[in-house]
Design a protein around this ligand. Sequence first.
Ligand code: PGA
Length: 267
Amino acid sequence: MRTPILAGNWKLNKTIAQSREFVASFTPLVQGASGVDIVLCPVFTALDATREAIGTAPIALGAQDMYWKDAGAYTGEVSAPLLQDAGASYVVLGHSERRGRFGVPEPDLEGQAGAVFGDSDQSVNKKLEAALAHGLTPIVCVGETLAERQNGHTDAVVENQTVMALNGIEANQISKLVFAYEPVWAIGTGETCEADEANRVCGVIRATIATGFGAEAGDAVRIQYGGSVKPENAAQLLSLPHIDGALVGGASLKADSFAAIVKAALA
Ligand code: PGA
């Protein structure tokens, strides 16, 4: 059985003080929640303070991105060893807000999560290799844009992103990974993918992994759904067989709503 994993992706939100306040309100709400992994992903500058606020509570810390080199002349970047130094054990990779041409919003992304930070399938793969080499658990995001869905390319897009992300990875490393199916059109839009469709596409990701790395790897890998997950739709999404958790943006910013989503996973 796969342990459900609920990750709060705070994106570019919360000061150090606000991150601490969140943890102070959230921790009592999820006290005793066992059989579920909880991850908070604050901005880089709040990682250390959030770790301190979490203390010994069973809540893990994740970063929202990283570079694949450990150190050197890479102005503005942060590496796996530095994330670990700040207390992170997870790292989100290839989020749709980070994929795409650098500095240029993709033309077909009108009203959808902007992809402007230049991540490519190749850079996601390099980051994934580096994260695994350092013992960080990557949360690898894949998902189609609205135009790709409308043109019937959903399955091909997620299959391709999955295969490219895993280039050169060994089958015995797959169980250390988390995938997140994040249809780009459902992120931050209030629009959730139909639960059955989200489950189907998570199944496509699982089948792609099983084809490349064997049935055992396909069974072991945890796959989250992400895109406008909220307390009202979490229970239905999380009850489906291929959905092992959620990557939550907007609804993870408030302690009570993220706690309600965690509780939906326990039900
Ligand atoms: P959302 O974001 O829950 O605000 O749609 C999800 C994500 O981008 O991970």
